[in-house]
Design a protein around this ligand. Structure first.
Ligand code: E4P
Ligand code: PEP
Length: 352
């Protein structure tokens, strides 16, 4: 006898989501946000094309969990941008989707109330509202694209996208990246393998056809034209950093061999600082030295930074959480962030 448990036997339920078009109608892109996104993307493309000599800096919390603290951070960064804009383009890390090594809180979209209620519908709406608020300040945003459906909901508010170390080798993510409207940084693997990131840049630069959804939520064949602005993000791995000049030269060679532009971003966090946030300024200063000595391939850096340094576990009683402190990876605090960016600004003023 044919019984219904032949499929979905491990699925407990399905709950409907609003379509991307419905969420856009509820929280439409404003003119100021549109200008922020378009200007941010154009500046990033110009940096990648060497038409703009500045360094782009993807900086901000490891993850957003409290929009109020997130906006407090964004306002500080926006102020600092005005100070350093001759040498750097600041792009705020606005990360809502966390890829976990095993398990853990998977981010604000997945579980906005941080209580295992998994209200993805609420999370998506709040995420869109937050991105709108940041773009309204005039600050461009960067995010990790983890769920391949999310960009339909949020993509119009993003200037730079990361594909994380755990998904760079995934065909699904390379296909998605080939259709994204932003420049895309592919992290090297968690084991330090840069080759998979080079392959990802190559793959995503080509057209792809794959399954996805349209803005009206219809399951669709998505046909893309390829993304010309893929690049590699060196984040260290396999218990070894890879921001040093030799690792950078090896990554440059791998890109050149693949016929790709030598565009590299150094992630000062993660395995490049052995997940010790306070070591990020050391990585940054090393990168500045390389640039001052004439390196041409280092176009950007990433910093994990928050209002308060370190990180905290998510308590049962959420009112006990420290304001402005990460609930995922440890970050450097605001004062150190300012000092780090001001010092990089001075270094960059003297670049050849
Ligand atoms: O940047 C974030 C984390 O490094 C990534 O999500 C993995 O986190 P985990 O190893 O704590 O799961
Ligand atoms: C998860 C992240 O990094 P990685 O993919 O390099 O581990 C991140 O930047 O939040």
């Amino acid at each position: 006898m044919i019984t219904s448990d032949i499929e979905n036997s491990n699925v407990s339920s399905f709950a409907a989501m609003p379509t991307p078009a419905e969420l856009h109608a509820k929280l439409p892109l404003t003119e100021r946000a549109f200008n922020t996104v378009m200007k941010g993307r154009e500046a990033l493309r110009n940096i990648l094309d060497r038409k703009d000599k500045r360094l782009f800096v993807v900086v901000g919390p490891c993850s957003i969990h409290d929009p109020q603290a997130g906006l407090d951070y964004a306002r500080r960064l926006q102020k600092l941008q005005a100070e350093v804009e001759d040498t750097m383009l600041l792009v705020m890390r606005v990360y809502f989707e966390k890829p976990r090594t095993t398990t853990g809180w998977k981010g604000y979209i997945n579980d906005p109330y941080m209580d295992d209620s998994f209200r993805v519908d609420v999370g998506m709406e709040k995420a869109r509202q937050f991105l709108l608020d940041v773009c309204e300040l005039g600050l461009p945003t960067a995010t990790e694209a983890l769920d391949p459906i999310s960009p339909q909901y949020l993509g119009d508010l993003i200037a730079w996208t990361a594909i994380g170390a755990r998904t760079t080798e995934s065909q699904t993510h390379r296909e998605m990246a080939s259709g994204l409207s932003t420049p895309v940084g592919f992290k090297n693997g968690t084991d330090g393998d840069v080759g998979i990131a080079v392959n990802a840049v190559l793959s995503s630069s080509k057209p792809h056809s794959f399954l996805g959804i349209s803005d009206r939520g219809t399951v669709s064949i998505v046909r893309t034209s390829g993304n010309a602005y893929g690049h590699v993000v060196l984040r260290g791995g396999g218990d070894r950093p890879n921001y040093d000049s030799v690792s950078v030269a090896i990554a440059e060679q791998a890109l050149k061999k693949a016929g790709l532009p030598a565009n590299l971003v150094v992630d000062c966090s993660h395995a490049n600082s052995y997940k010790k946030p306070e070591l990020q300024p050391l990585v940054m200063s090393d990168v500045m030295q390389q640039i001052r000595h004439g390196n041409q391939s280092l176009v950007g850096v990433m910093i994990e930074s928050n209002i308060v340094s370190g990180n905290q576990p998510i308590p049962d009683d959420l009112s006990q959480m420290v304001y402005g402190c990460s609930v995922t990876d440890g970050c450097i605090g605001w004062e150190d962030t300012e000092a780090m960016l001001r010092s990089a600004h001075q270094e960059l003023l003297q670049r050849p």
